[in-house]
Design a protein around this ligand. Sequence first.
Ligand code: GDP
Ligand code: MG
Length: 163
Amino acid sequence: MNQIVAIVGRPNVGKSTLFNRLIQRREAIVDSVAGVTRDRNYGKSEWNGRTFSVIDTGGYIKGSDDIFEGEIRKQVELAIDEADAIIFVTDVEEGITPMDETVASLLRKVQKPVLLAVNKVDNSMREKDAIEFYNLGLGEYYTLSSTSGSGTGDLLDALMQAL
Ligand code: GDP
Ligand code: MG
């Protein structure tokens, strides 16, 4: 069974960086369904011998928070429908933003596994800054640095357990 994992979160938190790290092979960027799939990248990934598909959401969402709140909401709702598990990416440099709260409130209602990833934890100093992410009400979080790859193994271990 091919399971699908969606990466969601507001712009600039590092979703695509994580996606690129997780995938081995990128599938065609689907561009045919107007307004929906053009914003999404699909790839295949493998961890501990299990393969799964990964969706990177919000590819073309750029710009100020207020304009794109509705777009993010749409992406998250799509991901909730389509995916078997969701990785919600946040950014320790910025901390919790109102848009993170919005996404969290959507994800708290979901009956599927949601893994909260606190990205840009590039050094141990930032581990303690990540503690505030408990306040999103999604339970345990996983710290990682998508640019260096540190922490992604623990995230994937948790993902495999959750799927
Ligand atoms: P997206 O909009 O959520 O897809 O975010 P991107 O993957 O495009 O990344 C946005 C910016 O954050 C880029 O400049 C990345 O290089 C940077 N970035 C991503 N992951 C990390 C990380 O782990 N640490 C740091 N310091 N920067 C990161
Ligand atoms: Mg992106």
